[in-house]
Design a protein around this ligand. Structure first.
Ligand SMILES: Cc1ncc(COP(=O)(O)O)c(C=O)c1O
Length: 463
């Protein structure tokens, strides 16, 4: 899309302001690119013209090398539920550091965190730790295949579960095909052969799931679903949807696998507790490591028992040099203990306030967009039409030029850190006054961008 006129001026003004404010980031980026492709180690944290290089984090605030402070509404993509350098977590992790990070043998801290998580999450009788959510969903899917003796996992069209090959399928929802979505390899390098073992259905569509199970359930090991898909757009489940999936999984004899890597934070026991559903297996990560790399997968004792050589001569192998390391486990337990019901209620209320006020703002400014989400997790969608499937969410983000990117940069210019997909995640370090600051910045940024919308994406303006 070629952008001209007033829209081009706005884009150039936002970019110029960003570049002027962030000379240290620009210099650091130029250096970093010599050693790291795109100057970074995560595709999700890179953005044009170059990412802001943060130098410190404390509570709800980040600082960059040019002396600016930013209210952090991203919290490392939802994982830092207590913000940065929370003093109790720092103290416990530091104390553990002095006593050894990992022993190359089993150790007590992992038992303590496992016990805590099992007490919280209804669908987990036993679990194993990994170093990332990617490994957690990979092992969960492998365990489901081994348990059922079947190969196929059904995932949601547009669902994200990490970056191993068997979930790099249809991460971008199919907006082109009329009728059932076609399963598509997400990017180069993923073998086409994975399509033999992955099928996709639209999220929030029980009829489509039932039709697939009726035809193919004999080959299907399980259904993987994020109760509220986050990368898919923070689209809440329709009333009865998750329950309906549980019933279908039971009826057709397949396993139900919840990815609660992001949604665990929404209640003590995750979305499954909110909906009073027990999945057969659950993947966790992000908040359970207290700011350190982590993942976990768990579920029914009979499924998890496959990893026990005492119970199964042909047990499933599961290794990882730093799995369950002492520092992550200690920090994770400190973080999870602090995330009690009162803390969860408080951050959920903050998130709901953010959503309500952004939606009011859209009405005030005659912008046909909406903020979707639940509790402490929210996301802007560039459409006011109902969004049920992840294809609906993807469509909302199409044909908007650089709107998402410019809102992100303009918020950075105004001292608020989010992501360019408009994701917001609350932390316990955020207070109402911080939210006032964020809302004022969002409103001012949207005002700045209105003339851009008028030229580039007029469908977004009611008047
Ligand atoms: C729902 C979901 N599943 C899995 C993952 C992968 O976790 P990790 O980045 O720790 O590998 C993520 C990461 O954002 C996620 O959001």
């Amino acid at each position: 899309m070629i952008i001209t006129g007033r829209a081009a001026d706005i884009e150039s003004a936002i970019m110029t302001r960003y570049r002027k404010r962030t000379a240290a980031s620009s210099a650091r980026h130029e250096e970093a690119r010599r050693y790291l492709p795109a100057g970074d180690t995560r595709s999700s944290t890179f953005f044009a013209p170059y990412p802001t290089y943060m130098t410190a984090g404390e509570g709800a605030w980040l600082s960059d090398g040019d002396g600016h402070r930013y209210l952090d509404l991203l919290n490392n993509f939802t994982s830092l539920v207590h913000g940065h350098a929370q003093p109790d977590i720092v103290e416990e992790a530091a104390d553990q550091l002095t006593r050894g990070t990992v022993f190359g043998t089993a150790a007590a801290p992992q038992v303590a965190l496992a016990q805590h998580l099992i007490e919280r999450v209804p669908g987990i009788d036993m679990l194993r730790f990994t170093n990332s959510g990617t490994e957690a969903t990979m092992m969960m899917m492998r365990a489901a295949r081994a348990f059922t003796g079947r190969d196929i996992i059904v995932k949601m069209d547009g669902g994200y579960h990490g970056s191993h090959d068997f979930v790099e399928v249809s991460v971008s929802a199919d907006t082109a095909t009329a009728g059932p979505p076609a399963a598509q390899i997400e990017g180069r390098g993923v073998p086409v052969a994975v399509l033999n073992a992955v099928m996709v259905v639209p999220y929030n569509d029980l009829a489509a799931m039932e039709a697939l199970l009726r035809e193919r359930s004999q080959g299907i090991a399980g259904i993987i679903v994020e109760p509220m898909p986050n990368a898919g757009g923070m689209v809440p489940p329709a009333p009865g949807y998750l329950r309906g999936l549980r019933a279908l999984a039971d009826e057709y004899g397949v396993l139900l696998l919840f990815d609660e890597i992001v949604t665990l934070r929404l209640s003590r026991g995750g979305f499954q507790e909110i909906e009073n559903i027990k999945p057969d297996m659950t993947a966790l990560a992000k908040i359970i490591g207290g700011g350190f790399p982590v993942g976990a997968f768990g579920g029914r004792a009979d499924i998890m028992g496959q990893f026990d050589p005492d119970l199964h001569p042909d047990f499933l192998s599961h290794s990882g040099t730093f799995n369950g390391n002492n520092v992550t486990m200690t920090a994770g337990l400190a973080a999870m203990r602090r995330l009690d019901q009162a803390a969860i209620d408080r951050i959920n209320a903050l998130g709901e306030r953010l959503r309500t006020e952004i939606n009011r703002m859209f009405q005030r400014l005659d912008i046909r967009a909406q903020c979707l989400g639940y509790g402490s997790l929210q996301q802007i969608q560039w459409s006011d039409a109902p969004i049920r499937t992840l294809a609906d969410a993807r469509r909302a983000g199409q044909d908007i030029g650089k709107l998402g990117q410019l809102l992100h940069l303009e918020l950075l210019n105004r001292g608020v850190y989010t992501s360019n997909r408009g994701l917001f995640s609350m932390s316990t370090a955020i207070h109402e006054a911080d939210l006032d600051f964020a809302l004022a910045a969002i409103e001012a940024a949207l005002e700045t961008l209105k003339p851009y919308m008028r030229e580039v994406t007029p469908r977004l303006l009611a008047r």
